[in-house]
Design a protein around this ligand. Structure first.
Ligand code: F6R
Length: 267
Protein backbone atom coordinates (compact mmCIF):
# COMPACT_ATOMS: atom_id res chain seq x y z
CA UNK A 1 0.00 0.00 0.00
CA UNK A 2 1.34 3.39 -0.97
CA UNK A 3 0.15 6.61 0.59
CA UNK A 4 0.62 9.72 -1.54
CA UNK A 5 0.05 13.00 0.30
CA UNK A 6 -0.74 15.99 -1.90
CA UNK A 7 -0.75 19.64 -0.97
CA UNK A 8 -4.43 20.20 -1.67
CA UNK A 9 -7.51 18.99 -3.51
CA UNK A 10 -6.33 20.33 -6.85
CA UNK A 11 -3.04 18.45 -6.66
CA UNK A 12 -4.89 15.30 -5.55
CA UNK A 13 -7.23 15.57 -8.54
CA UNK A 14 -4.38 16.11 -10.98
CA UNK A 15 -2.40 13.19 -9.56
CA UNK A 16 -5.38 10.82 -9.79
CA UNK A 17 -6.22 11.94 -13.33
CA UNK A 18 -2.59 11.46 -14.41
CA UNK A 19 -2.60 7.91 -13.02
CA UNK A 20 -5.79 7.09 -14.92
CA UNK A 21 -4.52 8.74 -18.11
CA UNK A 22 -1.28 6.79 -17.88
CA UNK A 23 -3.23 3.55 -17.49
CA UNK A 24 -5.43 4.36 -20.52
CA UNK A 25 -2.38 5.18 -22.64
CA UNK A 26 -0.77 1.89 -21.67
CA UNK A 27 -3.98 -0.09 -22.18
CA UNK A 28 -6.49 1.69 -24.46
CA UNK A 29 -9.25 -0.84 -23.64
CA UNK A 30 -8.77 -0.33 -19.91
CA UNK A 31 -11.57 -1.58 -17.66
CA UNK A 32 -12.03 1.32 -15.29
CA UNK A 33 -14.03 1.23 -12.07
CA UNK A 34 -15.51 4.61 -11.18
CA UNK A 35 -16.91 6.34 -8.12
CA UNK A 36 -19.24 9.28 -7.65
CA UNK A 37 -19.40 11.80 -4.80
CA UNK A 38 -17.66 15.12 -4.25
CA UNK A 39 -14.10 13.76 -4.11
CA UNK A 40 -13.64 12.52 -7.72
CA UNK A 41 -15.22 15.60 -9.33
CA UNK A 42 -11.82 17.33 -9.65
CA UNK A 43 -10.31 14.17 -11.13
CA UNK A 44 -13.06 14.01 -13.75
CA UNK A 45 -12.51 17.68 -14.58
CA UNK A 46 -8.82 16.98 -15.17
CA UNK A 47 -9.64 13.95 -17.35
CA UNK A 48 -12.02 16.03 -19.46
CA UNK A 49 -9.25 18.61 -19.85
CA UNK A 50 -6.77 15.91 -20.92
CA UNK A 51 -9.28 14.61 -23.46
CA UNK A 52 -9.78 18.11 -24.92
CA UNK A 53 -6.21 19.34 -24.81
CA UNK A 54 -4.14 16.19 -25.21
CA UNK A 55 -6.57 13.93 -27.07
CA UNK A 56 -6.80 11.36 -24.25
CA UNK A 57 -8.81 8.66 -25.99
CA UNK A 58 -11.66 6.92 -24.17
CA UNK A 59 -13.13 5.24 -27.25
CA UNK A 60 -12.14 1.73 -26.16
CA UNK A 61 -12.32 2.23 -22.38
CA UNK A 62 -14.98 0.22 -20.52
CA UNK A 63 -16.32 1.63 -17.24
CA UNK A 64 -18.14 0.09 -14.30
CA UNK A 65 -19.57 2.32 -11.62
CA UNK A 66 -19.57 1.25 -8.02
CA UNK A 67 -23.14 2.01 -7.09
CA UNK A 68 -26.53 3.56 -7.67
CA UNK A 69 -29.44 4.50 -5.43
CA UNK A 70 -32.32 2.08 -5.60
CA UNK A 71 -35.52 3.61 -6.92
CA UNK A 72 -33.93 6.42 -8.94
CA UNK A 73 -34.22 6.61 -12.71
CA UNK A 74 -31.05 7.42 -14.69
CA UNK A 75 -32.66 10.75 -15.62
CA UNK A 76 -33.10 11.76 -11.96
CA UNK A 77 -30.59 14.58 -11.24
CA UNK A 78 -29.76 12.91 -7.89
CA UNK A 79 -28.92 9.58 -9.53
CA UNK A 80 -25.34 8.50 -9.94
CA UNK A 81 -26.05 7.76 -13.58
CA UNK A 82 -26.93 11.44 -14.11
CA UNK A 83 -23.87 12.49 -12.10
CA UNK A 84 -21.51 10.45 -14.27
CA UNK A 85 -22.86 11.82 -17.55
CA UNK A 86 -22.79 15.40 -16.23
CA UNK A 87 -19.29 15.26 -14.78
CA UNK A 88 -17.50 12.96 -17.20
CA UNK A 89 -19.13 10.90 -19.91
CA UNK A 90 -20.84 13.61 -21.95
CA UNK A 91 -17.54 15.50 -22.22
CA UNK A 92 -15.37 12.64 -23.51
CA UNK A 93 -15.45 10.20 -26.44
CA UNK A 94 -16.60 7.17 -24.48
CA UNK A 95 -18.78 4.63 -26.31
CA UNK A 96 -22.10 4.62 -24.35
CA UNK A 97 -22.23 0.84 -24.86
CA UNK A 98 -19.10 0.57 -22.76
CA UNK A 99 -20.62 2.38 -19.77
CA UNK A 100 -21.99 0.22 -16.97
CA UNK A 101 -23.76 1.79 -13.99
CA UNK A 102 -26.01 -0.27 -11.70
CA UNK A 103 -29.65 0.20 -12.69
CA UNK A 104 -31.60 1.67 -9.79
CA UNK A 105 -34.94 0.86 -11.40
CA UNK A 106 -34.65 -2.94 -11.16
CA UNK A 107 -37.51 -4.24 -8.99
CA UNK A 108 -36.48 -5.84 -5.70
CA UNK A 109 -37.52 -9.29 -6.96
CA UNK A 110 -35.05 -9.08 -9.86
CA UNK A 111 -32.10 -7.61 -8.02
CA UNK A 112 -30.25 -10.81 -7.19
CA UNK A 113 -30.24 -11.87 -10.82
CA UNK A 114 -29.33 -8.38 -11.98
CA UNK A 115 -26.38 -8.20 -9.58
CA UNK A 116 -25.07 -11.54 -10.81
CA UNK A 117 -25.31 -10.19 -14.36
CA UNK A 118 -23.32 -7.09 -13.29
CA UNK A 119 -20.60 -9.27 -11.79
CA UNK A 120 -20.57 -11.41 -14.95
CA UNK A 121 -20.16 -8.35 -17.15
CA UNK A 122 -17.10 -7.31 -15.13
CA UNK A 123 -15.66 -10.79 -15.54
CA UNK A 124 -16.54 -10.87 -19.25
CA UNK A 125 -14.19 -7.90 -19.78
CA UNK A 126 -11.45 -9.62 -17.81
CA UNK A 127 -12.04 -7.85 -14.49
CA UNK A 128 -11.46 -4.27 -13.43
CA UNK A 129 -7.94 -3.01 -14.20
CA UNK A 130 -8.11 0.15 -12.13
CA UNK A 131 -10.76 0.99 -9.54
CA UNK A 132 -11.20 4.54 -8.31
CA UNK A 133 -12.65 4.86 -4.80
CA UNK A 134 -13.67 7.51 -2.30
CA UNK A 135 -14.11 6.90 1.41
CA UNK A 136 -17.33 7.68 3.24
CA UNK A 137 -17.59 9.18 6.72
CA UNK A 138 -18.48 5.69 7.97
CA UNK A 139 -15.39 4.22 6.28
CA UNK A 140 -17.54 2.78 3.50
CA UNK A 141 -16.25 2.05 0.02
CA UNK A 142 -18.98 1.91 -2.59
CA UNK A 143 -22.08 1.75 -0.42
CA UNK A 144 -20.61 -0.98 1.78
CA UNK A 145 -21.35 0.53 5.16
CA UNK A 146 -19.98 -0.88 8.46
CA UNK A 147 -20.91 -4.50 9.00
CA UNK A 148 -20.72 -5.38 5.31
CA UNK A 149 -19.13 -8.72 4.61
CA UNK A 150 -15.54 -8.19 3.58
CA UNK A 151 -16.11 -10.83 0.87
CA UNK A 152 -19.42 -9.45 -0.44
CA UNK A 153 -20.38 -9.17 -4.09
CA UNK A 154 -22.73 -6.81 -5.91
CA UNK A 155 -26.05 -6.58 -4.06
CA UNK A 156 -28.75 -4.37 -2.60
CA UNK A 157 -27.65 -2.65 0.62
CA UNK A 158 -29.65 -0.73 3.19
CA UNK A 159 -27.79 2.54 3.80
CA UNK A 160 -26.74 3.55 7.31
CA UNK A 161 -28.26 6.71 8.76
CA UNK A 162 -24.77 8.22 8.86
CA UNK A 163 -24.40 7.69 5.10
CA UNK A 164 -27.86 9.14 4.48
CA UNK A 165 -26.76 12.17 6.49
CA UNK A 166 -23.49 12.48 4.53
CA UNK A 167 -25.38 12.47 1.23
CA UNK A 168 -28.37 14.46 2.48
CA UNK A 169 -27.24 17.72 0.79
CA UNK A 170 -27.65 16.05 -2.63
CA UNK A 171 -31.32 15.45 -1.87
CA UNK A 172 -32.29 18.43 0.26
CA UNK A 173 -32.19 16.46 3.51
CA UNK A 174 -31.08 13.08 4.88
CA UNK A 175 -34.68 11.86 5.14
CA UNK A 176 -35.05 12.24 1.37
CA UNK A 177 -32.04 10.01 0.58
CA UNK A 178 -33.22 6.58 -0.66
CA UNK A 179 -32.96 3.82 1.94
CA UNK A 180 -31.19 1.38 -0.36
CA UNK A 181 -28.59 1.22 -3.09
CA UNK A 182 -27.14 -1.36 -5.43
CA UNK A 183 -23.41 -1.52 -4.81
CA UNK A 184 -20.45 -3.54 -5.90
CA UNK A 185 -19.37 -5.64 -2.95
CA UNK A 186 -16.15 -5.40 -1.03
CA UNK A 187 -15.11 -8.72 -2.57
CA UNK A 188 -15.83 -7.28 -6.03
CA UNK A 189 -13.71 -4.21 -5.27
CA UNK A 190 -10.88 -6.34 -3.91
CA UNK A 191 -10.73 -8.28 -7.19
CA UNK A 192 -9.77 -5.10 -9.07
CA UNK A 193 -6.16 -5.44 -10.24
CA UNK A 194 -5.21 -1.97 -9.02
CA UNK A 195 -7.01 0.49 -6.76
CA UNK A 196 -6.73 4.22 -6.11
CA UNK A 197 -8.60 5.59 -3.09
CA UNK A 198 -9.02 9.36 -2.82
CA UNK A 199 -9.56 11.18 0.46
CA UNK A 200 -9.94 14.91 0.76
CA UNK A 201 -10.65 17.33 3.59
CA UNK A 202 -10.41 17.30 7.37
CA UNK A 203 -13.75 15.48 7.71
CA UNK A 204 -12.06 12.36 6.34
CA UNK A 205 -8.93 12.55 8.53
CA UNK A 206 -10.09 10.38 11.44
CA UNK A 207 -11.73 7.65 9.35
CA UNK A 208 -8.76 7.51 6.97
CA UNK A 209 -6.39 6.99 9.92
CA UNK A 210 -8.63 4.21 11.23
CA UNK A 211 -8.81 2.58 7.80
CA UNK A 212 -5.06 2.65 7.17
CA UNK A 213 -3.46 2.39 10.59
CA UNK A 214 -5.81 0.28 12.71
CA UNK A 215 -6.64 -3.41 12.37
CA UNK A 216 -8.77 -4.58 9.46
CA UNK A 217 -12.42 -4.73 10.48
CA UNK A 218 -15.79 -4.87 8.76
CA UNK A 219 -16.72 -1.91 10.97
CA UNK A 220 -14.36 0.21 8.85
CA UNK A 221 -14.87 -1.35 5.41
CA UNK A 222 -12.05 0.63 3.75
CA UNK A 223 -9.59 -1.04 6.14
CA UNK A 224 -9.77 -4.15 3.91
CA UNK A 225 -7.60 -2.26 1.42
CA UNK A 226 -4.65 -3.07 3.69
CA UNK A 227 -5.00 -6.58 2.24
CA UNK A 228 -4.90 -5.49 -1.41
CA UNK A 229 -1.53 -5.98 -3.14
CA UNK A 230 -1.73 -2.97 -5.43
CA UNK A 231 -3.39 0.02 -3.85
CA UNK A 232 -2.56 3.71 -3.76
CA UNK A 233 -4.15 6.00 -1.22
CA UNK A 234 -4.10 9.61 -2.41
CA UNK A 235 -4.91 12.03 0.39
CA UNK A 236 -4.61 15.79 0.62
CA UNK A 237 -2.90 17.37 3.64
CA UNK A 238 -6.16 17.81 5.53
CA UNK A 239 -7.31 14.22 5.04
CA UNK A 240 -3.81 12.96 5.92
CA UNK A 241 -3.53 15.11 9.05
CA UNK A 242 -4.28 12.29 11.50
CA UNK A 243 -2.02 9.65 9.92
CA UNK A 244 0.62 8.71 12.48
CA UNK A 245 2.98 7.41 9.80
CA UNK A 246 2.63 10.31 7.41
CA UNK A 247 6.30 11.31 7.57
CA UNK A 248 7.25 7.78 6.67
CA UNK A 249 4.83 7.76 3.71
CA UNK A 250 6.36 11.03 2.51
CA UNK A 251 9.86 9.64 2.85
CA UNK A 252 8.93 6.53 0.83
CA UNK A 253 7.75 8.73 -2.03
CA UNK A 254 10.84 10.95 -1.83
CA UNK A 255 13.20 7.98 -1.99
CA UNK A 256 11.25 6.35 -4.81
CA UNK A 257 11.41 9.58 -6.77
CA UNK A 258 15.11 10.00 -6.10
CA UNK A 259 16.00 6.50 -7.32
CA UNK A 260 13.48 6.66 -10.19
CA UNK A 261 11.38 3.68 -9.03
CA UNK A 262 7.85 3.80 -10.37
CA UNK A 263 5.81 0.70 -11.21
CA UNK A 264 3.62 0.38 -14.24
CA UNK A 265 0.15 0.90 -12.80
CA UNK A 266 -1.63 -1.45 -15.16
CA UNK A 267 -0.85 -5.11 -14.80
C1 F6R B 1 -19.67 6.85 -4.54
C2 F6R B 1 -19.28 5.95 -3.48
C3 F6R B 1 -19.02 6.41 -2.09
C4 F6R B 1 -18.22 7.71 -2.00
C5 F6R B 1 -18.06 8.14 -0.54
C6 F6R B 1 -17.34 9.46 -0.40
O1 F6R B 1 -19.85 6.16 -5.76
O2 F6R B 1 -19.21 4.80 -3.75
O3 F6R B 1 -18.33 5.39 -1.41
O4 F6R B 1 -16.98 7.52 -2.59
O5 F6R B 1 -19.31 8.25 0.06
O6 F6R B 1 -18.14 10.47 -0.93
P1 F6R B 1 -17.57 11.95 -1.09
O7 F6R B 1 -16.54 11.90 -2.15
O8 F6R B 1 -18.77 12.75 -1.52
O9 F6R B 1 -17.02 12.36 0.23
Amino acid sequence: MRVIITENFKALSLYAAQQIAMAIRRKPNLVLGLATGRTPIGTYEELVKMHREEGLDFSKVVTFNLDEYHGLKPTDPSSYNYFMWEHLFKHININPENVYIPDGTIPVTGIREYCLWYENRINFFGGIDLQLLGIGNTGHIGFNDPGSSLASDTRLKVLSLKTKKQNGPDFGGADKVPDCAITMGIGTIMQAKTIILLASGSKKARILARALEEPVTSLVPASILQMHPWVKIVADEEAASKLRWKNHYRRVEEVRKRIGYEEVYVK
